[in-house]
Design a protein around this ligand. Structure first.
Ligand code: PLP
Length: 422
C-alpha cells in the first residue's frame, strides 16, 4: 500500500496535497508519511516473527532518519535505536526510546560519549576494536558500571552494493577480522568493566541480494560455536541492517519476508537473542523531497536543464553515490520530455539525473524526488550558504512541520569576526 498517490491530478501524501504543504511551508521540503513508517515497521517485525524468530530486538538505525517525530513514531512501534554518536543517543532518549533498547554502534566512540552512554544506561555497546573495548572497560569500572557488550565482526564478504556503503570487507574500517576475533574476545571478556555477551555484524547498506548476508551469517555461526567451545557464554547476536529498497524500476529488493526466512534458516540452533538494526528499509520509501522548478535552461543536443530549488546539499545521495531518485511532477499533465535535472549549487556533481525521461515541467512547477525518507535530510549541509530544508510529517489529513527550515541568516549568526578584524 502506497501512501503517495494522485488524487484529482495532484500528488498527495496520505490525504494531504503536496501543493498545500509547499504553499504553507515553502520549498524545498521533505515530507514523510506516518502510515508508511508504521507499516514498514510492522511488516519488518512480522516478517521475523512469522519466520519463527521469537521476540526479536529491533533497533532503528537512527542515522537513516534522526528526526524526532519520526523516532517517536517508531518508538511507538516498540522499536529501539541503533546510534552512532551521543547526539543520536540523546535524540533516541528524547523520543522516548527506553535506554535499555539503545545500541551504541560506531567505529569511533569517544571517551565522553562512552561516559554519557553508561550514565544514560543504554542497553549495549557494539565494540569495534580491542583498544575501544579496553577504554570502555576502564571508564565503566571507574564509574562503577559493567557495560553489556558485543564484539563487531568484519566477516569479509562482498555485500555487492556501492563501495561507499559497503562495510563488511576486510579493507573496510569496521569490526574485527574472524581470525583475530577469538583472542580479542577472550581478552575483553576477562575485563571486569565489560560483560561480553555476543557478537555483531553489519556488512553494508542498500543490499538487493540476500546471499552475501547469508554467507556472512554462516561465518558468524562458526565463530559462535568456537567462542562457546572456549567457554564464553554467547547470548546476543546483532545482525545489523542493510536491507535495500526500490529506488528505480528494475530494482528488486528482497521482501522482508524473504529476509526473515533467510535469517531463521541461517541462525537455526544459535539459541541467542537476535538483534536487528534496520534503517533504510523502514523509512526510505516513507519520504519525498518536494522541490520547485526555478527555470528551464536549454542544453546541448536539445536536452534542457531543469534547474530545481533542491540541490546536492539538501539531498546528497546522487552526488555521493550516483544514486537514482525518481522525479515526478506534483501535478503531472501526462506530457513527458527528456531533460537533465540539476540543482543551483556550483558543482557539476549537483546533478540529480542526466538525459532522463520525466514529466514535462516548467518554471514554477512543483515536483518531487521519491524515496528520500532515508539518508535524505540527515545528510544535508549548508554548502553554498544554503539553509537546511524543513521536514513535515503527514498523518491522514493532518500535517505538521517537524523540523523547521534553518535559514542562512541563522547560520551566519553563529559566526564571529575576531576583534583584530573588527
Ligand atoms: C548504517 C547502519 C545500519 C543501517 O543500515 P541500513 O542499510 O540503513 O539498514 C545498521 N547498523 C549499522 C552499524 C550501521 O552503520
Amino acid at each position: 500500500m502506497d501512501h503517495f498517490h494522485l488524487i484529482d491530478g495532484v500528488m498527495h501524501v496520505e490525504n494531504v496535497p503536496l501543493t498545500t504543504i509547499a504553499d504553507e511551508v515553502g520549498s524545498p521540503v521533505y515530507v514523510y508519511s506516518q502510515a508508511t513508517l508504521v507499516r514498514h515497521a510492522q511488516v519488518f517485525r512480522e516478517a521475523l516473527t512469522k519466520a519463527g524468530i521469537e521476540n526479536p530486538h529491533i533497533a532503528f538505525a537512527i542515522k537513516a532518519n534522526p528526526n524526532l517525530a519520526v523516532l517517536k513514531v517508531l518508538a511507538g512501534e516498540g522499536y529501539g535505536a541503533d546510534v552512532v554518536s551521543a547526539g543520536e543517543m540523546n535524540r533516541a532518549l528524547a523520543a522516548g526510546v527506553p535506554a535499555k533498547d539503545v545500541v551504541f554502534s560506531g567505529v569511533g566512540k569517544s571517551a565522553d560519549e562512552m561516559v554519557a552512554a553508561l550514565k544514560a544506561g543504554i542497553g549495549q555497546f557494539n565494540i569495534e576494536s580491542e583498544e575501544e573495548g579496553r577504554e570502555l572497560a576502564t571508564i565503566a569500572e571507574t564509574l562503577g558500571y559493567r557495560a553489556d557488550c558485543v564484539l563487531r565482526i568484519n566477516p569479509d564478504v562482498d555485500a555487492q552494493t556501492n563501495a561507499k556503503i559497503s562495510t563488511g570487507k576486510a579493507e573496510n574500517k569496521f569490526g574485527l577480522g574472524l581470525h583475530q576475533a577469538p583472542a580479542i574476545y577472550a581478552r575483553l571478556a576477562a575485563l571486569p568493566g565489560l560483560n561480553m555477551r555476543g557478537v555483531a555484524l553489519h556488512i553494508g547498506s542498500q543490499l538487493l541480494n540476500l546471499e552475501p548476508l547469508e554467507t556472512a551469517f554462516g561465518k558468524i555461526g562458526k565463530l559462535i560455536a568456537d567462542l562457546r567451545n572456549s567457554g564464553h557464554s554467547i547470548t546476543h547476536v546483532d545482525l545489523g541492517g542493510g536491507l535495500g529498497v526500490r529506488y528505480k524500476e528494475g530494482d528488486h529488493p528482497p521482501h522482508p519476508d524473504e529476509y526473515g526466512e533467510m535469517v531463521a534458516r541461517a541462525t537455526k540452533g544459535w539459541n541467542v537473542q537476535l538483534m536487528f538494526e534496520p534503517g533504510r528499509v523502514i523509512c526510505g520509501n516513507a519520504g519525498v523531497l518536494v522541490t520547485k522548478v526555478i527555470r528551464v535552461k536549454p542544453g546541448s543536443g536539445n536536452v534542457p536543464f531543469v534547474i530545481v530549488d533542491a540541490a546536492m546539499n539538501d539531498l546528497a545521495r546522487p552526488a555521493l553515490y550516483d544514486a537514482w531518485h525518481d522525479f515526478e511532477a506534483v501535478e503531472p499533465t501526462g506530457e513527458r520530455f527528456t531533460a537533465n535535472i540539476v540543482g543551483p549549487v556550483c558543482e557539476t556533481g549537483d546533478t540529480f539525473a542526466m538525459a532522463r525521461e520525466i514529466d514535462a515541467v516548467r518554471q514554477g512547477d512543483l515536483a518531487l524526488f521519491r524515496t528520500c525518507g532515508a539518508y535524505g535530510a540527515t545528510m544535508a549541509s549548508t554548502y553554498n550558504s544554503r539553509g537546511l530544508v524543513p521536514e513535515v510529517l503527514v498523518s491522514e489529513n493532518r500535517y505538521a512541520v517537524v523540523a523547521e527550515r534553518i535559514v542562512p541568516a541563522t547560520i551566519l549568526e553563529a559566526e564571529h569576526v575576531p576583534d583584530w578584524l573588527a
